[in-house]
Write a protein that binds this ligand. Structure first.
Ligand code: DX5
Ligand code: ZN
Length: 214
């Protein structure tokens, strides 16, 4: 299991400390980009991503919660992203083209859906995606409660990936993830766990990361 702590829950006055926690104990930097339009919240942008890139020793995973994701793929790729995902709900039929665009920068491409989007909507894109990001809360805010129906959604995507012979595709889960549900998520077929509050609001982030790794 790969653990991707979400910088959204980091201490922005002491960002270097939390960057070092990820370098030392976790696998991936999860960076939430919100535009106040696709989601009702604004997070951070290029200056923060570029600052983290200077210190990051693990790959940066950019989760775009924005309208017109295709406009910003190039800048995030040039800022050092190793993985970029965008919401199917923001792209619809353009999803295939955006996966191609992300691949054109030589990085991994992911497609994301909110909890109310039927998983079947993204099945046509599973032949191109390197990973699927299943939201286990509605995108927009950290600190929300995990939606348990996510487990069946992971199983359905994993089953479809097996059916098409692409079981190597990662399933990333984001929202309300903690040591309380990490085992169930692994069993259902998830391979990357995003966790913000559970990691950075803990007294011992390294211990929480180790528990989720299993
Ligand atoms: C929510 C973001 C998440 C968020 C997760 O829109 O995509 O990555 O930071 O935070 P927690 O782990 O606190 O639910
Ligand atoms: Zn996220």
């Amino acid at each position: 299991m790969l653990i991707a702590p979400s910088i959204l829950a980091a201490d922005f006055l002491h960002l270097e400390k939390d960057v070092e926690t990820i370098n030392r104990h976790a696998d991936i930097f999860h960076l939430d980009i919100m535009d106040g339009t696709f989601v009702p919240n604004i997070s951070f942008g290029f200056p923060v991503v570029e600052a983290i890139a200077r210190k990051a020793e693990k790959p940066m995973d950019v989760h775009l919660m924005i309208v017109h994701p295709e406009k910003y793929v190039e800048r995030f790729a040039k800022a050092g992203a190793a993985m970029i995902s965008f919401h199917y709900e923001a792209a619809l039929e353009a999803s295939g083209k955006i996966l191609d665009l992300i691949h054109s920068f030589g990085i991994k491409a992911g497609i994301v859906i909110n909890p109310d989007c039927p998983v079947e909507k993204i099945f046509p894109y599973l032949d191109k995606a390197d990973y699927v990001l299943l939201m286990s809360v509605f995108a927009g805010f950290g600190g929300q409660k995990f939606i348990p129906e996510t487990l069946d959604r992971i199983k359905a995507v994993r089953k479809e990936l097996r059916r098409i012979g692409r079981n190597e595709v990662d399933i990333e889960v984001d929202g309300g993830v903690s040591p309380a549900n990490s085992k169930d998520l692994a069993k259902a077929g998830a391979t990357i766990l995003v966790a913000g509050s559970a990691v950075f609001k803990a007294d011992d982030p390294a211990e929480v990361i180790a528990k989720m790794k299993g």
